[in-house]
Design a protein around this ligand. Structure first.
Ligand code: NAG
Ligand code: NAG
Ligand code: NAG
Ligand code: NAG
Length: 424
């Protein structure tokens, strides 16, 4: 080997080492920069999540077994959904304008919920139109007897799993139906009745369709009539088509002919990679408290609990009727039974307050009673609402809600966490 070659090779090695040192130095300084400048508040958020999960593992046993105090309540609920046969379906809609009182949007005693659901399912359809408001395809069904239903067609099978963002995909029709039963079991009465209904595309849609709706129908390659509808995201290539029986399945939601006031949720998502304030600041609730009343925040906490159970991460706005949040638009739930996005509970763990009656209702539903009751109520109406995996997921999420309240109790004590305006 020549001397020249050895010198050349040595220089090459020295340059190589120098380069390495240079890159290593840059790399570590970049890392240091990232670590030092990472907002401490983001770290705080993930440490709250960790605390909550620790509480899941240390939950007192009472939250894992059934609460015997729920038995009489469950019996009442089951009775109110066990409808006797109605002779005159139209009579169910009498006095519909007077249904809402201060406690509930709809009558919920003496079998009324069961009768309303039955009338929603069995009433003849008189007219079908597009329901053009909103981002997703919906139809408006006018029933004989003049009551209206909103119809959200099925887009996915019950076993279909939605991956990606919490708000990804089309609305799930079964999530709408499930949400109604869930609300009833949680004793949240500011919700519209929903059923699964199958409608025949020729007999019940084409024959009764308005000219406007007919314009948004096309034949697919199989020669079947399909609908693409009229809405913000409606596209001519994204139709809904009938099944092999010529029927469209969907969620039929009782139409509320009321004036709602619409508000932006303080805990809305950005729908892009930008982080919202609530995602960075665990003291965010203090700011919310400067603009919203405690009563409204408690209502948002109730809504967050409801949304967390079904994993609806899409409530960027909410509707108010008689100063209470109406649980409308619940189609973005039941996307993936393997995932629990905990930050849907941010209103609960950031404000650490909860309406005491909401907490009592949650305590009644431990040990499997929540999903058992949903199944009991929906079975009267022949509904299979979702898969066993989703039912298990909801029980798992209920434990996380208990754990979040335990986290708050440990931090602030029951005097601060439980709010009961009646006692104030
Ligand atoms: C439902 O109602 C029917 C008829 O009134 C009754 O026979 C049945 O026992 C009820 N079911 C439940 C679970 O209460
Ligand atoms: C739903 O399931 C049926 C049969 O089980 C199948 O034929 C159909 O392709 C499925 N649809 C979707 C959208 O996965
Ligand atoms: C429908 O067309 C739009 C463009 O107009 C496209 O972005 C979308 O992916 C298409 N959808 C399907 C299901 O092919
Ligand atoms: C707490 O919940 C009960 C029962 O739903 C309700 O009547 C009451 O108005 C709620 N209190 C507040 C402050 O929201």
């Amino acid at each position: 080997m020549s001397v020249k070659y050895i010198i050349g090779f040595s220089i090459f090695l020295i340059v190589l080492v120098a380069c390495n040192i240079y890159f290593y130095y840059n790399l570590t300084s970049v890392n240091k920069h990232v670590i030092l400048s990472a907002p401490r508040k983001v770290e705080a958020t993930s440490s709250v999540h960790k605390d909550i999960i620790d509480h899941v593992y240390n939950l007192p046993n009472e939250y894992k077994v059934k609460n015997p105090n729920f038995t009489p309540l469950q019996r009442n609920l089951v009775q109110s959904f066990n409808a006797s046969v109605i002779n005159n379906l139209k009579s169910v809609w009498n006095y519909v304008d007077e249904w809402a009182d201060d406690e509930s949007l709809f009558p919920h005693k003496d079998g009324a919920p069961g009768q309303i659901l039955q009338a929603m399912r069995a009433s003849q359809i008189a007219l079908v139109d597009n329901a053009p408001k909103g981002t997703q395809l919906k139809l408006l069904l006018l029933l004989e007897g003049k009551q209206k239903l909103l119809f959200k067609p099925k887009r996915y099978n019950l076993t279909h799993i939605i991956n990606g963002h919490i708000y990804a995909g089309f609305d799930r029709h079964n999530s709408e139906v499930f949400a109604y039963y869930l609300a009833m079991v949680l004793n949240f009465k500011w919700v519209a009745p929903v059923i699964t209904r199958r409608i025949n595309i020729d007999q019940e849609i084409m024959r009764l369709a308005t000219p406007g709706l007919k314009k948004t129908m096309v034949k697919n390659e199989g020669g079947r009539l399909c609908i693409y509808g009229k809405c913000y995201y409606c596209k001519i290539n994204e139709t809904v088509c009938p099944d092999s029986n010529g029927e469209l399945e969907g969620a039929a939601i009782l139409y509320l002919d009321k004036q709602f006031r619409i508000h932006k949720s303080p805990w809305r998502r950005s729908y892009n990679s930008k982080k919202m304030e609530w995602e960075k600041d665990n003291d965010f609730c203090k700011k919310v408290g400067m603009t919203l009343s405690t009563k409204r925040i408690l209502n948002l906490v109730d809504t967050a609990i409801f949304d967390f159970l079904i994993q609806n991460g899409d409530r960027h706005r909410y509707e108010i009727y008689k100063e209470k949040i109406v649980l409308l638009d619940n189609g973005k739930g039941l996307g993936n039974p393997m995932v629990d996005v905990l930050d849907i509970l941010a209103p609960l763990y950031q404000c650490c307050i909860i309406n005491f009656s909401t907490w009592q209702n949650l305590e009644y539903l431990s040990g499997g009673s929540l999903t058992e009751t949903i199944k009991l109520l929906s079975e009267f109406h022949g509904e299979k609402l979702t898969t066993e995996e989703h039912y298990q997921a909801i029980e798992r999420r209920l434990l996380k809600i208990y754990a979040t309240v335990q986290y708050c109790l440990e931090k602030h004590g029951s005097g601060k966490v439980f709010k009961n305006v009646v006692a104030l």
